[in-house]
Ligand binder design. Structure first.
Ligand SMILES: [Zn+2]
Ligand SMILES: [Zn+2]
Length: 138
């Protein structure tokens, strides 16, 4: 399986290969503030399964060891990497060309959820991250 994605202006394009290691919908403060949206969906891939095919990510270090990649021209949030979670590289699900193909399978950081942002009762829910191994964190 192969899928492509990119930012709003088209300067950055990327390709992912194979199935994600995990998918999630994150309600944490950092995801919210970094995008301006009430929550953020992630598709988490092995680092070598994600390739930037055009353009170059701009990086914001939102916490020690955390790098959030975005388009420096249009601002679209695109990627997440964490030093203490090596080998994984996340892409924002909604920046994929077909986000419907990568639905979140759990919701994380519910303790920081906005009261007016409904949680999906059909998904497993976690107060913080569900496993230290995979999810983004603040
Ligand atoms: Zn852009
Ligand atoms: Zn988050």
């Amino acid at each position: 399986m192969e899928a492509t994605g990119g930012c709003l202006c088209g300067a950055i394009r990327y390709r992912v290969t194979g199935a994600p290691e995990a998918t999630s919908l994150c309600h944490c403060f950092s995801c919210r503030r970094s995008t301006g949206g009430p929550s953020l969906a992630w598709a988490i891939f092995a680092e070598d399964k994600v390739e930037i095919t055009s353009g170059q990510l701009a990086i914001h270090r939102s916490s020690p060891g955390v790098e959030r990649g975005f388009c420096g021209q249009c601002g679209t949030s695109l990627t997440y990497a964490r030093a203490n979670r090596p080998g994984l590289f996340d892409v924002t699900t909604a920046s994929l060309d077909d986000p419907e193909a990568f639905p979140p399978t759990k919701e994380i950081w519910l303790e920081e959820r906005l009261s007016w942002e409904a949680a999906n009762p059909a998904l497993p829910q976690f107060a913080q991250f569900s496993t230290a191994a995979t999810e983004p964190e603040s």
